[in-house]
Design a protein around this ligand. Structure first.
Ligand code: SF4
Length: 484
């Protein structure tokens, strides 16, 4: 008898089927591939990333597992409804169901709340036996030992870097907008041998895809001793390039930076978030020191490490004057690529509570909570200032001329600083990282122009919430005048 089929779908299209946007992301998220790795052999499993292809509602899968974040929740409910109408069993899991399981439960046959590792094999067993529960609650902060490797072989061929894993979970910091601060769990690390096993469980991939990998930690440097030991082991794998994510303060540690280079780290993901120290302080991101950015980023460039930095607008102390200075300041700090977004008050975070208490949220449509929309009234700037800054920073930072300047600075800084490395090795690395930088810049440029700018144009044309209430009040006065 054939096994039941399970399709894991990682959702991405927050604005539904009408306004689809396919990201040119080089790497898949970890959730779907990891869940497939955790799935017992009782079912046939398949993974579908909605960021690269549309959902097939006519699939012959019997069970659909939907993984989604906050901004995809409205879309997830619609997708779940369409599959349930076709007689499929729908399981919901991921960040949003973990935070608000009781909101999600009516939309799914089964909801998994929390980290899946400790409960997923049981969920699948129960689903196959037809005796699944409505909700499975995973323990908070469970051990990260014995997690099997993700199923890289199930990633779509569009992903150039399917080898993604994580070494740690959690973060010692308490940034008020961060999802990790909804339900805080202790900082945890995985056994180093498990991480190395994941990075080498790649036999089914073409050779060039085995040589690139990403560590999706929230903050790799949360336990510096562990991070250094791990990087020493990764160095032995002779990867072509590794991506790693850590907090800005880790760059104070020169040995850590040197070990990143030895592990062939080619891309560091760092939450720079702002060039205004007071705005950073307003969201408790005091570990970032604006005056140290330039030196820290230079250290990475000298070691041939590109930087991909988060950058947020509409933070509490942002002003129109600050926005005018940002392009020039970015040119000085010189991050290789920026992920520019508008601050999101993610439901459940301290930042969201603050916005709710101060009654500043004017848009409660969760599908807009992805960083491309403004959903609350900023403190010291008007919404139009935020939209104009978003467009201006994107257009200047991702102009072809600026991309070319950054590429030249990166390559020349690296080649000059690493004179002791073999010339062939240096040139290969410079060529590979140039390609990655170009692809990433095109991806970000494309995202802003195709996905965000159209919203901003519509948002500018629509009356502001405050203007709208003034219009309503004026209309009310007109009506009262007629009644009188
Ligand atoms: S440093 Fe990053 S991961 Fe840590 S709490 Fe702040 S935003 Fe979250």
């Amino acid at each position: 008898m054939s096994k039941p089929k399970l399709q894991i779908i990682v959702l991405f299209q927050n604005l539904g089927d009408q306004q689809t946007y396919y990201a040119r992301s080089p790497a898949p998220p970890l959730s779907g591939l990891l869940l497939a790795g955790l799935t017992p052999d009782l079912v046939e499993v398949d993974v579908h990333h909605e960021m690269v292809r549309p959902i097939d509602y006519d699939t012959d899968a019997d069970i659909i597992a939907l993984s989604f974040m906050d901004f995809c929740a409205p879309h997830a409910y619609e997708v779940a409804r369409r599959f349930r109408e076709r007689g499929k069993i729908v399981v919901a899991g991921g960040k949003y169901p973990s935070t608000f399981p009781h909101e999600v439960m009516p939309h799914a046959d089964c909801t998994v709340a929390g980290e899946a590792e400790r409960v997923w094999p049981q969920v699948v067993e129960d689903l196959v036996a037809g005796k699944h529960r409505r909700i499975y609650q995973a323990p908070l902060g469970a051990s990260l030992e014995n997690i099997p490797p993700p199923r890289y072989d199930l990633a779509e061929p569009q992903f150039a870097t399917p080898v993604v894993t994580e070494a740690t979970r959690g973060c010692p910091f308490t940034c008020t907008y961060c999802q990790l601060n909804i339900k805080r769990a202790p900082y945890r690390v995985r056994p180093i041998e498990d991480v190395i096993r994941d990075l080498t469980a790649t036999a089914k991939l073409p050779f060039h895809k085995r040589k690139l990998a990403m560590l999706y930690d929230n903050n790799l440097g949360g336990d510096m001793g562990y991070a250094k030991e791990l990087l020493r082991e990764i160095a032995k794998l002779n990867l072509w390039a590794l991506g790693a994510q850590f907090s800005f303060n880790c760059l104070d540690d020169d040995e850590f930076v040197e070990l990143l280079a030895e592990a062939r780290c080619g891309m560091a993901f760092i939450g720079m978030e702002s060039l205004s120290q007071s705005s950073l302080n307003s969201v408790s991101k005091r570990q970032n020191k604006v005056q140290e950015y330039e030196t820290a980023y230079r250290k990475l460039k000298e070691r041939g490490i590109l930087t991909f930095s988060g950058f947020m607008l509409a933070l509490e102390e942002d002003t129109p004057e600050y926005y005018r200075t940002v392009p020039q300041k970015l040119e000085a700090v010189d991050p290789s690529a920026l992920l520019i977004s508008i601050s999101i008050p993610i439901p459940g975070t301290p930042f969201h509570r603050q916005m709710e208490t101060e009654r500043r949220i004017f848009d409660h449509d969760l599908s807009h909570y992805e960083g491309d929309h403004l959903v609350f009234q900023p403190k010291r700037v008007a919404p139009d200032d935020v939209f104009a800054a978003f467009e201006n920073i994107n257009r200047t930072f991702y102009s072809w001329r600026a991309i070319g300047r950054r590429w030249r600075r990166f390559v020349s800084t690296y080649l000059r600083a690493r004179g002791e490395e073999a010339i062939g090795k240096r040139l290969f690395r410079a060529a590979l990282l140039s390609y990655i930088l170009l692809k990433l810049s095109i991806f970000q440029r494309h995202h802003a122009r195709k996905k965000v700018f159209p919203h901003l144009t519509r948002a500018r044309a629509a009356p502001r919430p405050v203007e709208r209430s003034v219009q309503i009040a004026a209309r009310r006065r007109e009506v009262l005048a007629v009644v009188d």
